[in-house]
Design a protein around this ligand. Structure first.
Ligand SMILES: Nc1nc2c(ncn2[C@@H]2O[C@H](COP(=O)(O)OP(=O)(O)O)[C@@H](O)[C@H]2O)c(=O)[nH]1
Ligand SMILES: [Mg+2]
Ligand SMILES: [Zn+2]
Length: 351
């Protein structure tokens, strides 16, 4: 028997007694309709039960990292319920729809990976940091491919300009430099980590290096496309030799912000928040108001202009998402009311 603790289980996920004929498991991979689940009896395949298949909203369906209950018939399981989530790693659905998309659930720490080639981009990093903060997921920055640069110091000072208190690690999966620091200082037994970042930064290479095995296929760089081809097609949860759990994701071309409950601009932008206490007006939006301490700090060089501009861009993006999501909620409510009225009418008139 496998102890579920090894897969990150704790009592948080079990708010009430679970029926004896149900098995608890964690989703380790989702491929189309197939769900791969780890249970005390090992790994098994599972499908959605009819109730989930027909009655649940997309967000309520099992996601990678979710704890679920299932009923087992021989070798196949039917997923009955998704247990309460500790958190959700969400982004805006990359399509045109203003929709939240949950990439994974129950994550302790996200490793934001960038490569020290052309991929390094401080504003993209800021975007990840803001979204992770709003999802209540601790971020750690990993700069990979240090074998390609002579001097790392400029990258540290670039990141310091964001004025966020976030651990930073440098590594190379080619030379092995920095990997022991990540093993020893970051990865804890029974905790769940996720690798996020653009395609080609070395996430799968990092997973393989930390696994000491070729668990995940690594992109091959073709002569035509130096960014490397996109070959990671499914997300997966792996158990590392030291007992921590690591999720690899396919490259994310977009990481659009959502608006998450319980957060406002202040706690997502600590540097701005700190300055804002000095603004003349308590409701200052830091756009062009007189006596704005944020704008003064930009002029004085205490706040990087690009960081300020990215702040404006990101809060606009969040606001846009929030307004759209509110509209959608209102529409769903109206639609629900209409359906209820129609049903009542039908019942009254017996047809
Ligand atoms: N120079 C260098 N290249 C690396 C390093 N790690 C990975 N790569 C290469 O970067 C490319 C993309 O790696 P991959 O792990 O598939 O990236 P992913 O898309 O983020 O999973 C591959 O060609 C790797 O060989 C590194 O530390 N240094
Ligand atoms: Mg990959
Ligand atoms: Zn202000």
């Amino acid at each position: 028997m496998i102890s579920l603790d090894q897969y990150g289980w704790d009592t948080f996920f079990q708010p009430q007694e679970i029926n004896n004929d149900l098995i608890i498991g964690r989703i380790t991979s989702i491929q189309g309709f197939k769900h791969y689940v780890i249970t005390t009896n090992g790994e098994m395949e599972a499908e959605l039960s009819g109730r989930l298949l027909h009655g649940a909203l997309t967000e309520e369906l099992p996601k990678l990292g979710d704890w679920i209950t299932l009923k087992s018939y021989d070798t196949l399981g039917y997923i009955i319920d998704v247990l309460p989530r500790r958190n959700e790693l969400a982004r805006k659905n990359p399509g045109v729809k203003m929709e939240r998309q949950i990439l994974a659930a129950n994550i302790d720490t996200a490793l934001i990976v960038q490569g020290l080639d052309r991929d390094f981009n401080i504003m993209r990093l800021e975007r990840y940091l803001v979204q992770l903060a709003s999802c209540n997921i601790k971020p750690i920055v990993v700069l990979n491919k240090v074998d390609l640069v002579d001097n790392w110091a400029p990258y540290s000072s670039e990141i310091a300009k964001l004025q966020r208190d976030c651990e930073l690690y440098f590594c190379s999966t080619y030379t092995g430099i920095g990997l022991d620091e990540i093993r020893n200082q970051v990865l804890e037994k029974h905790k769940t980590y996720i690798l996020i970042g653009s395609s080609g930064v070395g996430k799968s290479s990092l997973l393989n290096a930390l696994m000491n095995a070729n668990a995940q296929e690594v992109n091959t760089t073709s002569a035509f496309n130096s960014k490397g081809k996109h070959t990671t097609t499914s997300r997966d949860l792996f158990q590392l030799p030291n007992g921590s759990l690591l999720i690899d994701t396919p490259g994310m071309r977009e990481f659009g912000l959502t608006h998450e409950e319980g957060h406002n601009n202040n706690d997502l932008f600590p540097a701005i928040q700190k300055l804002a206490t000095g603004c003349r007006f308590s409701d200052c939006r830091h756009l062009h108001e007189a006596g704005c301490a944020v704008i003064d700090a930009v002029h004085a060089g205490a706040l990087e202009e690009s960081v300020y501009e990215s702040y404006l861009k990101l809060i606009r993006e969040q606001r846009r998402f929030e307004i759209n999501a509110d509209d959608k909620k209102r529409m769903n409510k109206q639609f629900g009311k209409m359906t209820r009225e129609a049903n009542n009418y039908r019942r009254k008139n017996k047809y």
